[in-house]
Design a protein around this ligand. Structure first.
Ligand SMILES: C[S@@+](CC[C@H](N)C(=O)[O-])C[C@H]1O[C@@H](n2cnc3c(N)ncnc32)[C@H](O)[C@@H]1O
Length: 280
């Protein structure tokens, strides 16, 4: 089964059993505007995946994170080249900080993709967090012997990414010309559960209260046009209010991204659908 090639905050592997049964068996377009690790896309696109597999004529993936998008596109186009670059890395703190400091503008797409994967596998908690200038700023992690190059995983994901258009921009730009027969799965950065929530910045622009409102507005207008929409988010008063007119189910999720291990327990998430689905 094709799995995410990166560890990603908010990754959806653990919620697949809740999410996938809600996805139609056949779609004209499958759209994931906040792709991140793309756990859902990789699961449904893989035809070896039995009951999880879904048919779509076109897939669109989008994420604000340009490094991630370059990596996915390059894996689709030249997985051998990415693997060759990745094999040159070794797990070492000095190599980590040198790689972190590299100017991506002077790297080939294959080197850029390998840099992202190496940093993701070796940084603290597998986070991708950037500062206000957009520079990756997560420190070295404490893994004992991380797998830097999962050749099999990369080869499994490559043909699936090759079936999608993958773009680095704001989520709204992936939502043009959609109508009945199309399906969108929104997995935005979580609405903060508390004011001091540790992890908020996948991208230098952040994703604030206004963005959550903008997203809910778009969810409604797509749904009015007959597009089937599904969204996952933290269960908070804000998200409850924004989606009160839609079907909301609560599920338990394990939240692994918190600066304090003691605060990493289970949290409630909601799955919102623009239609009332049969219970999985
Ligand atoms: C919760 S994660 C998605 C996790 C994903 N479903 C998975 O399985 O790994 C949210 C993603 O939204 C991206 N993002 C943040 N702001 C965005 C924006 N305005 N438009 C598009 N993507 C955005 C982040 O870079 C991040 O990868």
């Amino acid at each position: 089964m094709a799995l995410p090639i990166v560890k990603w905050a908010g990754g959806k592997r653990q919620l697949l059993d809740h999410l996938i049964p809600r996805i139609p068996l056949h779609m004209a377009r499958y759209v994931e505007p906040f792709a991140g690790g793309a756990a859902v896309f990789l699961a449904i696109a893989d035809s070896a995946n039995g009951t999880r597999h879904r048919h779509f004529e076109e897939a669109r993936l989008c994420d604000r994170n340009e490094e991630l998008v370059v990596a996915y596109r390059t894996i689709a186009a030249n997985v051998d080249g990415v693997i060759a670059c990745l094999k040159k890395y070794r797990h070492d703190e000095a190599v980590f900080y040198e790689t972190r400091a590299l100017d991506v503008a002077i790297l080939s797409p294959e080197e850029r993709a390998a840099r992202l994967i190496f940093l993701n596998k070796t940084c603290f908690n597998g986070l991708w967090r950037v500062n206000s200038k957009g520079h990756f700023n997560v420190p070295f992690g404490r893994y004992v012997n991380p797998t830097l190059c999962d050749e099999e995983g990369l080869r499994a994901a490559a043909p699936l990414f090759a079936r999608a258009s993958i773009d680095a921009h704001d989520f709204t730009e992936s939502l043009t010309n959609l109508g009945p027969g199309d399906f969108v799965y929104f997995d935005p950065p979580y609405a903060p559960v508390s004011e001091t929530a540790f992890f908020t910045s996948y991208a230098k622009e952040g994703f604030g209260h206004g963005d959550q409102e903008r997203l809910a507005h778009i969810f409604r207008s797509l749904s009015d046009r007959g597009v089937l929409c599904m969204l996952s988010n933290a269960d908070t008063p804000l998200t409850r209010a924004l989606y009160k007119d839609f079907s909301i189910d609560v599920v338990e999720a394990r939240r692994s991204v918190n600066s304090k291990a003691t605060k990493r327990g289970n949290v409630q998430e909601i799955i919102v659908t623009s239609w009332a689905p049969p219970q999985p």
